[in-house]
Design a binder for this molecule. Structure first.
Ligand SMILES: *[C@@H]1O[C@H](CO)[C@@H](O)[C@H](O)[C@H]1NC(C)=O
Ligand SMILES: *[C@@H]1O[C@H](CO)[C@@H](O)[C@H](O)[C@H]1NC(C)=O
Length: 194
């Protein structure tokens, strides 16, 4: 019987070990889901922040920041403008004056979603440009009953400094120009984040 040389046996052993490691490594890289410790993402302590700013909804003039993009046939005859949809890119500033410091922009869509009162569906992102908040965002998804003194809308998420955000925004109309439809709204946002 031919004797198998030692070197061949060890080469085969090494090869099979390497192969099984490769299969393992491959299985790992293709894994769909896994548990992580929050420290892996550098998450330390959850913080609560309060943000305060003014939101400028300009519908009139040559440079509106809120434009109607759709309406239903019945919108004109609906007392609540039901079916109207607007796209916004509204400046957020430190003070009620439009020329005060820009903190960010509210970008998204609001739509008249109520047939019995003035109730808007708000889906928008606050994109901040100020200091360490520059580039971070908060996402709002909520109901805005615009004639109420205080409207509360959920903060459903965020990015950057606001990863894992959750909280709420309180909106109060600061000024509303009946002639033009332009509004300045004060926002107080309370948000948990890491
Ligand atoms: C609704 O009113 C606007 C402006 O008043 C007009 O331009 C539009 O054609 C009307 N739409 C319908 C469906 O009546
Ligand atoms: C915010 O970040 C952008 C891109 O990183 C930069 O171009 C811009 O100057 C920054 N703005 C402020 C106000 O720091």
């Amino acid at each position: 019987m031919a004797k198998i040389p030692h070197s061949l046996v060890s080469t085969f052993l090494i090869l099979s070990i390497v192969l099984s490691f490769m299969i393992l490594a491959n299985a790992k890289s293709q894994r769909f889901a896994r548990y992580l410790s929050p420290a892996t993402l550098g998450l330390k302590k959850e913080k609560l922040s309060h943000l305060h700013f003014y939101f400028h909804d300009i519908v009139s003039g040559k440079n509106p920041t809120a434009v109607q993009i759709a309406r239903a046939d019945m919108t004109n005859t609906s007392s609540t403008g039901f079916g109207m949809v607007a796209m916004i890119d509204d400046p957020l500033t430190t003070r009620p004056e439009l020329n005060s410091k820009l903190l960010g922009r509210a970008q998204g869509i609001y739509a008249s979603a109520s047939q019995s009162d003035l109730g808007l569906l708000m889906t928008m992102n606050f994109g901040f440009v100020e200091g360490k908040y520059n580039g971070s965002t908060l996402s709002v998804l909520g109901r805005n009953s615009v004639l109420s003194t205080v409207r509360e809308m959920p903060i459903v998420g965020g990015s950057g400094l606001f990863r894992f955000a959750r909280g709420y925004a309180q909106a109060r109309t600061h000024t509303f120009d009946i002639k033009t439809g332009d509004a300045v709204v004060e926002y107080n946002v309370y948000v948990y984040h890491y």
